[in-house]
Design a protein around this ligand. Structure first.
Ligand code: CA
Length: 96
């Protein structure tokens, strides 16, 4: 039976093996967090691109764009802020 904690594969689980397993788990969790943050940032940027495409290529009438202009502005600002914040926090997390 294979034991995942036996890092050096000598059949004995020592304190060193457990420390190494802890390190690996910490790295994996950090990577998962970074991956999730990346997905959030990509979603926000994607939402901005999709909205701009919909507006620029005339899928919505000018009247409706006029009615929604304040909401669209707020949405764009929120998405850009969120993407910036997530990217900033991820960079800060990796630095420290
Ligand atoms: Ca070992």
């Amino acid at each position: 039976m294979k034991n995942e904690f036996d890092v050096d594969k000598d059949g004995v689980i020592t304190e060193k093996d457990l420390d190494r397993a802890d390190e690996m788990l910490e790295i994996e969790l950090k990577e998962e967090k970074a991956e999730f943050n990346k997905k959030i940032a990509m979603f926000c940027i994607g939402a901005i691109v999709v909205l701009m495409t919909v507006l620029l290529f005339g899928f919505v009438t000018d009247t409706r764009v006029g009615v929604l202009s304040d909401t669209i502005g707020t949405f764009m600002f929120a998405m850009a802020s969120l993407a910036g914040a997530v990217i900033g926090v991820t960079s800060w997390m990796n630095k420290s």
